[in-house]
Design a protein around this ligand. Structure first.
Ligand code: FBP
Length: 319
């Protein structure tokens, strides 16, 4: 599913049209969804039914059982068919396609608002505190990673709202990687050794926060997130969506409480976590991350999708 969406939207890389890139990814993911044997419900998707023609919140997806087949399992699904629409449209690093699934009720129905976040990998999972000063968090993370604060690389979305946060990180002495978009891919990277990302700080999309939480459940990392409530109307809407305390600080286990969580992502453009889609005449090569919380297995999958019409097998393994 994530592979097909990545291949589809990778064709639009650099076209400069983020909406088109997103549409192509959504259509591809929606089509593949109905090939899967499940009674799926989209809980994080492209928005409300009246804003999005497909993969909208509440949409039912999955293959209908053939006569004689048993009922398929009920599954909640969170998708970001193209995380980093601008990144794809401009051919910039770290655009990915993402999907997470769990049993019913296993993923928080987060509204489309901002969420303040700190995301770290397993070593620092129990020392972060969203209410503590940035410098204190960085000292604790550095200690857990057995390094100095000035060795840390912290990823922050490059936004005016982060001016103070960026100043605080600079004062603490950590290095910063400012990104144009894509705090979900950065968050996953923070929990994967060797990516050169040690933490993500700042506010980004709440839906991306839930997807990051699903990834953290599989990687043993942590996300602390607090919804950014803009007014009483939004607070009421949150409550009607089942969020009991809109001001609470959520952990990965609260954002993605499912007993069984599956997570998959495929690189669209080249990135520090996943390679981008490569087209080579006789086929396509994709790089994906596939994991589940209860198997303890994190798989990086390098796939070659052979063009069935091609007769030239020798060229298949060019990257
Ligand atoms: P899209 O893929 O929808 O373009 O979102 C990209 C993104 O950068 C997310 O990674 C991030 O959580 C959010 O947008 C930040 O929102 P904003 O651009 O409003 O600061």
């Amino acid at each position: 599913m994530v592979e097909d969406a990545a291949i589809a939207c990778a064709h639009t890389m650099g076209m400069g049209d983020r909406k088109h890139s997103d549409r192509v990814a959504v259509e591809s993911m929606r089509k593949t969804m109905d090939t899967v044997a499940m009674r799926g419900t989209i809980v994080i998707g492209e928005g409300e039914r009246d804003e999005a023609p497909m993969l909208y919140i509440g949409e039912k997806v999955g293959r209908v059982p053939a006569s004689g087949e048993l009922e398929f399992p009920e599954v909640d699904i969170a998708v970001d068919p193209l995380e980093g629409t601008n990144l794809c449209a401009t051919g910039t690093q770290n655009a990915i396609t993402v999907m997470a699934a769990s049993e019913r009720g296993g993923l928080l129905h987060a509204p489309d608002c901002y969420m303040e976040k700190i995301i770290v990998g397993s070593s620092a999972r129990d020392v972060i505190d969203l209410e503590a000063p940035v410098g204190d968090n960085l000292k604790r993370i550095a200690r857990r990673l057995d390094r100095e604060v000035d060795d840390l690389v912290v990823v922050v979305l490059d936004r005016p709202r982060h001016e103070k946060l960026i100043a605080d990180i600079r004062t603490a002495g950590a290095r910063i990687r400012l990104i144009g978009d894509g705090d979900l891919s950065a968050g996953i990277s923070a929990a994967v050794a060797g990516t050169g990302v040690h933490a993500v700080f700042g506010s980004g999309g709440a839906p991306e926060g839930v997807l990051a939480a699903a990834a953290m459940r599989c990687l043993n990392g942590e996300i602390l997130g607090r919804l950014v409530v803009t007014g009483p109307e939004q607070r009421e809407r949150m409550k009607s969506m089942g969020i009991r305390d809109p001001d609470a600080i959520y952990t990965a286990r609260e954002l993605a409480p499912g007993k069984e969580i599956l997570f998959a992502a495929t690189g669209v453009t080249e990135g520090n976590l996943l390679k981008g889609v490569r087209f080579f005449g006789d086929g396509v090569r994709t790089h994906s991350l596939v994991m589940a919380n209860n198997t303890g297995k994190v798989r990086f999958i390098d796939s070659i999708h052979v063009d069935k019409k091609s007769k030239n097998s020798l060229r298949l393994f060019r990257s």
